[in-house]
Design a protein around this ligand. Sequence first.
Ligand SMILES: [Zn+2]
Ligand SMILES: [Zn+2]
Length: 192
Amino acid sequence: MKKIIRLLKIGQVNHSILHRLKKKLELSFRELSVSVDSLMDIIPLENSEYNIKRSQYNASKILNKINNYAQNERTFRILGIVDKDIFSNSLNFVFGLAMSPKKELTTTPVVALISITRLRENFYRRVDNNKLFESRILKEAIHELGHTFNLGHCNKFCVMQFSNSLADTDEKPSKFCDSCLEKLRSFFKKLE
Ligand SMILES: [Zn+2]
Ligand SMILES: [Zn+2]
């Protein structure tokens, strides 16, 4: 299967945000020979995914929906992007969620999801900063995609550091550390 990451809109998402994310992801994954494109489809959000009490959408339900979609597409990786606040189980909110490959050498699609809502400064009643916003989106996207390539959380100065808060996201780099990069290289080598 061709190594390609496909970006998928979940509900309404600003097109230019997605376009710039695609360009940056292409650069980030270039050395691993993974390409990136955007799917034309928009998967609508559904009432059944919304939790009225929490005023948030259920990330796991959305992720499962993306997974169902991916099985029909027979694609390598799909990253869903949603512009709504999402939660997962006991966590008040999550920036993203990902599935791990069931087997290391699986060729079936593996999917991930990020929410860009809490990455905007104005969510915290601060003045918007587009550069910061886009760098956060890139970090969260690479992080969740890292999980789909079998990477766990990492304690080094690395994009795979766990983000418990926006400050954590701002502190971590948008790149993989040497040891995560090594794991990725061997992961991709086995796929060939
Ligand atoms: Zn993570
Ligand atoms: Zn690392």
